[in-house]
Design a protein around this ligand. Structure first.
Ligand code: AMP
Length: 400
């Protein structure tokens, strides 16, 4: 079965067409600037890339442009859209409604609408993407795979905030956690590499990309994670502040006469390693600036690594031990220096890095020596593959 995996953002749409039998990607691409002007970048495997600047006024037009690109005689990879057996959607927020991926029905869409308040930028785009597919591919089953679902196993002591309980009851203000698809995938891959059932393992997974979060995975389930009610909490990130004393935010708003929207922008777009370094939100630029002696770049990298290492320590405590630590996503997979600095903090756990393996790139690999008391791995994440697998499983279940 060929599965179209869609990730609809507020003004973008990423896609992959995956052959679910072979798990090969047939084509992938990106629509950007939806609602502004429009740009489609289409990469069919084994054929030339294709770029179009045709206008994309809304997500519906973008989904149609993707379908046209997939069946185009020159840069297409399928003869007809009838070959698409199912669509898997990455959905950011499933609230407390969804602990697993689900077949999209009218009831599911109603629940997604109820979660709009929790993810005002993302869930509306997801719903529009789902409805566009319904229109363009009537009868093709669609599945929602949630960023939050994996973390629904967290115990109450991990997800409650110490705020008046009525706010949890009234508004469901609590920790949800994100990047769940990635944490689930790399923890399962880690168990395979160790060669033990995941039910016997305590794993800390570190998804370090532009957005960054850490998860404590005990017996295959999430017991705590660093992002919270929104993806702003926890670690410092590219442009997001991560945890800050809430009173500091109130203080700044008063001092600078900031509106809620202005403060929201500062915390989400002007903070993190960009805010500290003043250089960039991209870790490659910051590492380069550090190499040229930029002290604020050094401060940003130091702060980032310190907070990652401290959070790993917290999760070792939460699980009363740890067997393995996994690094994944753009920075986690690619920066040997960042992994080295983080693991230096963790020597007290008996971690010993193998510097040759730590310098390898682009593959799943153990980066600790045989003597190391905790195994550390780099495992490239693959959220699209998880979405395709979940979609296939659910759709095949329908036929039984
Ligand atoms: P992601 O959000 O997973 O796509 O990750 C994006 C982040 O990974 C960006 O901030 C990049 O700076 C970082 N990144 C990607 N490649 C490298 C690299 N070779 N060295 C350091 N950071 C990298």
């Amino acid at each position: 079965m060929k599965i179209l995996v869609l990730n609809c953002g507020s003004s973008s749409l990423k896609y992959q067409l995956i052959d679910s039998e072979t798990e090969n990607v047939l084509a992938k691409g990106l629509c950007e600037r939806i609602g502004i002007d429009g740009m489609l970048k289409h990469e069919p495997v084994g054929k030339d890339k294709f770029v179009s600047n045709d206008p994309l006024p809304d997500h519906s037009t973008a989904v149609k442009a993707v379908m046209d690109a997939l069946v185009d005689p020159e840069h297409g990879v399928i003869g007809s859209t009838l070959e698409i057996g199912a669509v898997g959607h990455r959905v950011v927020h499933g609230g407390e409604y969804f602990a697993n991926s689900v077949l999209i029905t009218e009831e599911v869409k109603d629940a997604l609408r109820k979660c709009i308040d929790l993810a005002p930028l993302h869930n509306p785009a997801n719903i529009i993407g789902i409805e566009a597919c319904e229109k363009l591919m009537p009868g093709v089953p669609q599945v929602a795979v949630f960023d939050t679902a994996f973390h629904q196993t967290m115990p109450e002591k991990a997800y409650l905030y110490a705020l008046p309980y009525e706010y949890y009851e009234k508004y469901k203000v609590r920790k949800y956690g994100f990047h769940g698809t990635s944490h689930r995938y790399v923890s399962q891959e880690c168990a395979k590499l160790i060669g033990k059932p995941i039910e016997e393992l305590k794993i800390v997974t570190c998804h370090l990309g532009n957005g960054a979060s850490i998860c404590a995975v005990r017996k295959g389930i999430s017991v705590d994670t660093s992002m919270g009610f929104t993806p702003l909490d926890g670690l410092a990130m590219g442009t997001r502040s991560g945890s800050v004393d809430p009173a500091a935010i109130l203080y700044l708003m008063r001092k600078e006469n900031l509106t809620i929207d202005q403060m929201d922008h500062i915390l989400n777009k002007e903070s993190g390693v960009l805010g500290i370094s003043g250089v960039s939100s991209d870790f490659r630029d910051i590492e380069a600036a550090e190499g040229e002696g930029n002290e604020r770049a050094t401060s940003a990298l130091d702060l980032f690594a310190y907070r990652v290492a401290k959070t790993i320590g917290e999760y070792v405590t939460a699980m009363k031990g740890v067997d393995a630590i996994v690094f994944t996503a753009g920075l986690g997979e690619n920066s040997a220096t960042m992994r080295q600095v983080i693991c230096d903090y963790l020597r007290y756990l008996g971690i010993e890095l193998d510097s040759y393996n730590n310098s390898q790139r682009g593959k799943a690999i153990e980066i600790t020596t045989r003597q190391s008391r905790v195994q550390v791995f780099v495992i490239p994440t693959n959220e699209e593959l998880v979405i395709a697998r979940d979609t296939r499983e659910i759709v095949e279940g329908l036929k039984k």
